[in-house]
Structures are given as C-alpha cells and as structure tokens.
Ligand binder design. Structure first.
Ligand code: SF4
Length: 317
C-alpha cells in the first residue's frame, strides 16, 4: 500500500463547493493559496496566534495577567512594526490589529473564571486519526484548544474549544448541522492524556468573536460562547459521510495533477466562482493555457499542509 495521506474536513467541504478549486488548493502538486490574503484570513490567523500565546502561557503555569499581557504584546508588536513603516504602513492591517487588540482584551477580561474550571491539555494540537480497513488515508484535525473540565456543569469531561472570528454569530442550525466539530470529538475520543482517564468527550465549546462593526456594542454583542453537544449516532454518521468524500479525494490526490485534473468536476457558473481564489488558474485551465504566469504573479505554496502519516509516526518515535 502506498503511504497514507491526510484528507481533512476542510478539504472535503472545499471539494463540495468545487472539486477543481479543491484541487488547486489541496492536491499535492498544486497546494496553492493567494499571495494576498483577504482581511478575514489575516484577522483569523493573527487572532489565533494571540490566543495560542495566551493559552500556551497559561498551560506553562504563567498567571492569567501575564498570559493576557503576552498575547496582547504580540498584537502590539505587529502594530508597532506596521506603524514604523510610515507612509508604507498598511492601513487595513492596522485596522485589523486595532480590532484584535480591543476584542481580545475584552475576551480576557470577560472569561477570567475559565481558569477555575479548565485545565489546559493542548493548544494547537495536531491529531491524525488512522482508519481501519482497506482505505489508505487518515483524518487530520488541528484543534485550537483542548480543556479538561475540573469543575462546573461538565466536570470530568474533556472538550475541544474552537475560536471563530465571524461577521455574525452562528445560528443554532449552523452549530447543530456541523461536520467539523463532531470529527473533533471523535479525534479526542481516540486520544489519551498522561495522568488522565480515557477522555469523556460529548460537546464542543465554540468561542465566537464578532467582526461586524456595531454602534455602541455591549459585550454580548461582540463575544459569544456556545457549548454544543452531539449524540454519538450523529457523530458516527458525520464520520461515515466524511469517509465517502475522502475516498474520492484520496484517490485524486494520488494521481499526478495532469491526470487528476481531467477527472475533477468544476462547478463552473456556480455562485462559488465569483468568490473563488482560483479564478485565474481555472480560466487558464479551461482555455488550455499554461498557468505559470498567473501562478508566479498571484499564488504561493500553502505551508499549512498535512504530512504523510508515516512522517507523523516517525516524529512520534
Ligand atoms: S472559478 Fe468556479 S469552477 Fe473555477 S475553480 Fe473556482 S469555483 Fe471552481
């Protein structure tokens, strides 16, 4: 059997929108992303970096205030760097950094009691779920945060915590009919933590940071934390659904690009096209042109890929 490759939930939902766009973004011979990331992506990346610093500081035994200061210092350093660029400063980036500084400060002030209830088990941990049977791929997940509930209503449980920067808060159905979170729960159920019993994982904690500009907002207009439970039957069905999609994507990933692209279905003319990051590559492909010029001008390789399972096993020793 050839080496096992990862097929994530993000990939599967990208391929649901357009298989060709998935190919540009996730096929091993392509793996492209736009050089100029949009504002939402920049905000999400820097926001997650600051939260990672905060929770890693707490995990390493720093006090709440020191952890908070470390996270905010990261944003502040980026802000100073931008301001020092003078007339070349990127004003959109400064606006994003100002937003992040303010909303994270508010988040830290609002959620101080977390440390009473939570033990931090993992921050930005990578999980690779190997599959049994004939398939030759694994399910990768990267979890923002994993906590053990020391006390409170979910005492004794372990939960993934996911941070979302979102224009508006997610509604009930977006939380219920979700594929990402049940797969996170499944990943954690297969994980063992030193000194802890087999984890009991039933729910995901969704930390929402609202990005919409509001006049005189209250805390509850900007921050929301949902605790969403999933039944085991639902989780299993979501996993089975992922597997159906992953079988095809793993097959396409193993083909060289020239062969894979002839098999991929493009959602040409769909709503997705106008927002697609790969419009230029798509046009070149359909016109039979060499996309090299478009690639050089607009794209770079995505470094956020998942390694073959054999490499993960080697790292684990
Ligand atoms: S432009 Fe449309 S058809 Fe082309 S890759 Fe993007 S979503 Fe798919």
């Amino acid at each position: 059997m050839s080496h096992q490759i990862g097929v994530s939930n993000t990939e599967a939902s990208n391929a649901d929108s357009c298989e060709l766009a998935w190919g540009f973004g996730f096929h091993p011979d392509m793996n492209f992303q736009l050089r100029d990331m949009g504002e939402a992506r920049v905000r999400g990346i820097i926001g997650h970096e600051a939260l990672e610093i905060f929770y890693k500081s707490l995990q390493q035994g720093e006090s709440y205030d020191v952890s908070k200061a470390n996270a905010l210092a990261h944003i502040q350093q980026l802000r100073v760097k931008e301001l020092l660029a003078g007339e070349f400063a990127d004003l959109k980036r400064i606006t994003i950094l100002n937003y992040l500084y303010d909303i994270l400060k508010l988040y830290f002030e609002t959620n101080r009691s977390d440390v009473e209830n939570w033990e931090i088990l993992e921050v930005e941990g990578f999980h690779a779920q190997e599959q049994t049977g004939e398939v030759d791929f694994y399910l990768p997940s990267r979890l923002d945060l994993v906590v053990y509930h020391k006390r409170g209503p979910f005492a004794g449980e372990t939960s993934p915590v996911d941070h979302k920067f979102t224009y508006d808060f997610w509604n009930e159905w977006k939380l219920k009919l979700n594929a990402q979170f049940p797969l996170y729960i499944l990943a954690l159920r297969a994980t063992r933590y030193a000194g802890k019993p087999e984890p009991v994982v039933r729910r995901v904690i969704v930390n929402q940071f609202r990005t919409r500009k509001l006049k005189d907002p209250q805390v509850e207009d900007l921050l929301k934390r949902d605790v969403q439970a999933y039944e085991s039957d639902f989780i299993e069905s979501v996993f089975a659904n992922h597997m159906k999609k992953a079988v095809r994507l793993a097959y396409l990933k193993r083909l060289p690009w020239d062969e894979a692209v002839t098999e991929m279905k493009a959602s040409l003319g769909s709503m997705n096209c106008q927002y697609c990051d790969f419009k230029e590559l798509c046009l070149a492909t359909f016109e039979g042109r060499d996309p090299k010029n478009a690639i050089d001008a607009m794209y770079k390789r995505n470094e956020y890929g998942y390694p073959p399972l054999e490499e993960i096993r080697r790292e684990r020793g």
